[in-house]
Design a binder for this molecule. Structure first.
Ligand code: SME
Length: 158
C-alpha cells in the first residue's frame, strides 16, 4: 500500500535558529550553501528542488550546492527565473512556471518556483537561492520574508 508523505511546512524562525547553530563561525560560502540547501529542503514538503546558483563571472551563474533531481549547470543573468532575480536584484515568486517567459525547465515536474537574490555584507550579489515545487502556486510573501531573513543572517556576515 502506497504511503503518502505528510504535509510539512517550514517554521522559518525555528530553521533560522537551527541553521545559526549549525553554521556558527563558518565563513566558506559553499559550506554554508550546502548546509542551507539540506536544512531547507527537508523542512517543507512543498520543496522539490532546493539549491543555489553562484555568480562566477559578470552576468553569469553556475550551479552550487543543491538537493533534489538534476539542476541546470549554467544560467546567465539574461535567462530564466534565476536570471531575473539576479538581474533585477529582487525576489521572484512564480505561481505557474509555464506562464513565465524564458523559464528554464531543469525538471518537467516543476509547477511553481521562488528565487531570492543572495547578498554578502558589502551588498555584492553572490548568487541566488532557487526553490522549485511540483505544486502550482506553492509560494507566497511569507515564504519570501522567512527565506530572506535566513539568507541575510547567514550570508550577510560574509
Ligand atoms: N527554473 C530555473 C532554473 C533552475 S532549475 O529550476 C533548478 C529558472 O528558470 O531559472
Amino acid at each position: 500500500m502506497e504511503t503518502i508523505a505528510p504535509e510539512t511546512r517550514a517554521d522559518f524562525a525555528e530553521l533560522a535558529r537551527t541553521i545559526a547553530a549549525l553554521t556558527e563561525g563558518e565563513d566558506d560560502s559553499v559550506a554554508l550553501m550546502a548546509t542551507l540547501a539540506s536544512e531547507l529542503h527537508h523542512a517543507d514538503s512543498r520543496f522539490d528542488w532546493t539549491g543555489f546558483y553562484r555568480v562566477v563571472a559578470p552576468e553569469m551563474m553556475k550551479i552550487g550546492p543543491y538537493q533534489g533531481g538534476h539542476g541546470c549547470l549554467v544560467i546567465p543573468f539574461a535567462r530564466g527565473v534565476c536570471g531575473a532575480a539576479a538581474r533585477e536584484g529582487r525576489v521572484q515568486i512564480v505561481d505557474d512556471v509555464d506562464a513565465f517567459p524564458g523559464h528554464i525547465a531543469c525538471s518537467s515536474s516543476t509547477r511553481s518556483e521562488i528565487v531570492l537574490p543572495v547578498w554578502d555584507q558589502a551588498g555584492a550579489l553572490i548568487g541566488v537561492l532557487d526553490i522549485d515545487s511540483n505544486q502550482p502556486a506553492a509560494f507566497d510573501e511569507a515564504d519570501a520574508e522567512g527565506l530572506a531573513a535566513i539568507l541575510a543572517q547567514v550570508f550577510g556576515r560574509l
